[in-house]
Design a protein around this ligand. Structure first.
Ligand code: PNS
Length: 159
């Protein structure tokens, strides 16, 4: 079975990687797909986010990286996939994720959202917090893969 793991991935963190790793063991294939949302002001372009994701997942044989715009249900349909993977952190994520899962299944009844509980050590982690810590030159080495850490600091320093 194939599942889609959608997100902004601006950029991918160790928390995302944990979800990718664990779900790739349970499904035949995982399509990690980056939302192209022109109304947001991301740190990384979609292409850069894709490159980082490709690099950090290169050892997984069954993970494909892609991007999409528009509705997730339409993207899932175009890929002929009916399972969405989401990572759930604390209680705060639940309400929004529950709302999205219900909305998506009301738009396409065949679509199911599978939630994976985020591992303990990544419960607090988010791309925005990582970027904030990095802005103030904090240590993000345990929060993101090495190449992502390098890419974030290059962006901040305007390299
Ligand atoms: O990493 P994020 O920002 O929490 O990911 C959110 C994402 C991309 C999964 C969600 O915003 C999404 O699916 N957007 C596509 C537009 C859509 O389908 N909206 C209606 C259902 S929420």
């Amino acid at each position: 079975m194939v599942a889609i793991y959608p997100g902004s991935f601006d950029p991918v963190t160790n928390g995302h990687l944990d979800i990718i790793k664990r779900s790739s063991k349970k499904f035949d294939k995982i399509i990690v797909t980056v939302l192209n949302n022109p109304s947001k002001k991301p740190m990384f372009t979609v292409q850069e986010r894709i490159e980082l994701l490709k690099e950090v997942t290169k050892d997984f044989g069954n993970v494909e990286i892609d991007c999409f715009s528009g509705l997730l249900v339409d993207y899932a349909k175009s890929k002929n996939v009916s399972i969405i993977i989401k990572g759930l952190r604390a209680v705060a994520d639940f309400e929004y994720e529950f709302q999205m899962a219900l909305l998506n299944s009301s738009l396409n009844k065949d679509l199911e959202t599978f939630f994976l509980m985020t591992s303990n050590k990544y419960l607090f982690l988010s791309s925005s917090l990582v970027k904030e810590v990095a802005q103030f030159d904090g240590d993000i080495s345990s929060l993101v893969p090495k190449i992502v850490e390098k890419a974030i600091f290059e962006k901040i320093r305007g390299v």
